[in-house]
Design a protein around this ligand. Structure first.
Ligand SMILES: Nc1ncnc2c1ncn2[C@@H]1O[C@H](COP(=O)(O)OP(=O)(O)O)[C@@H](O)[C@H]1O
Ligand SMILES: [Mg+2]
Length: 279
């Protein structure tokens, strides 16, 4: 977060919470921020001293402290192997922290019962680099599937799937199979599949990693639209152009630690640095 940057004194409760966790907040800064509280935002995600060491001994995350307010849009950036995907896997409870706690909407993920996991994962929409569509199902079936397995009535499944496909601009492609779609279209299907549950949070790991720049940009527009409707978006990405253009919150991860947290940041804090570090 660039203190005193162009936003002047527009500090909100979310900034306060973030900076308080980062320990380096001066009393003066806290007073400035308290002057302009933003009571609308509450944390939906909170990492408290989270460490992750894999059984191989790799320390993938080291003392991660992070607060994400509702409706935030944040990029996780950093070199390959920095720990971005590990952070995402902890957030969707595919992995558990070795130390520390993660709260999502007030619930500590480590204490969540196994049987509650499918319910939790439906509340968050997941989007991956490789789309993860079912090749033997049509576009419509891929999107409807997740609702069908819940035993939702046909009418509801149909209207939700149609609405989600409409949102991503794929109305008319319902009967097509994934192999007959472009990469960008396949990612739209994956996003529609995430949207059918009306998630309050979208977690995406390199969602534009397999797409050409123009398509990547279209997909980003979609995420922005979903965010503007109120969903919190957390996105790990290597896409420097998009991050620099959007100037959203950027959390830079380096060797398992948060190296930077800028409210409207760039991929690199210092543009004169060699770009080699991006990979
Ligand atoms: N399942 C795993 N077992 C052991 N080590 C892993 C595993 N997943 C990731 N790692 C290691 O953890 C570190 C962080 O990886 P990852 O979170 O995938 O980084 P990023 O997504 O930023 O590229 C790397 O050193 C990686 O090799
Ligand atoms: Mg990764």
């Amino acid at each position: 977060m660039a203190f005193g940057a162009s936003g002047g004194m527009r500090y909100t409760a979310r900034d306060l919470a973030n900076r308080a966790l980062r320990r380096n907040t001066s009393q003066q800064e806290i007073q400035l921020m308290v002057l302009t509280p933003d009571f609308d935002s509450r944390p939906v995600i909170s990492f408290q001293h989270v460490w992750k060491t894999y059984p191989t001994g790799t320390e993938a995350l080291r003392d991660i402290n992070l607060v994400v307010p509702e409706g935030d849009f944040l990029f996780l950036v950093g070199p390959s192997g920095a720990g971005k995907s590990t952070l995402v896997r902890l957030l969707i409870r595919e992995e558990k922290p070795t130390k520390g706690k993660i709260f999502v909407e007030g619930i500590e993920l480590g204490r969540m019962k196994r049987r509650k996991l499918p319910y939790y994962r439906r509340k968050i929409g997941l989007v991956f680099q490789d789309f993860k569509l079912l090749p033997n199902l049509t576009v419509y079936e891929n999107v409807a599937f997740a609702l069908r397995v819940l035993g939702e009535p046909d009418r509801l499944v149909q209207s939700r799937a149609a609405e989600a496909l409409d949102t991503v601009g794929l109305a008319g492609k319902e009967q097509t199979y994934p192999s007959n779609l472009s990469g960008g279209e396949q990612q739209r299907v994956a996003i529609a599949r995430a949207l059918v549950h009306a998630p309050r949070m979208i977690i995406a790991d390199e969602p534009t990693g397999n797409l050409d720049p123009a398509t990547a940009w279209e997909i980003m527009q979609l995420f922005l639209r979903i965010n503007s409707r109120g969903a919190t978006v957390v996105m790990a990405t290597h896409n420097r152009e998009i991050v620099d253009l959007l100037r959203r919150r950027v959390i830079a991860i380096d060797a398992g630690q948060i190296a930077r947290d800028d409210r409207s940041g760039r991929y690199h804090d210092d543009v004169s640095k060699p770009q080699i570090r991006a990979q």
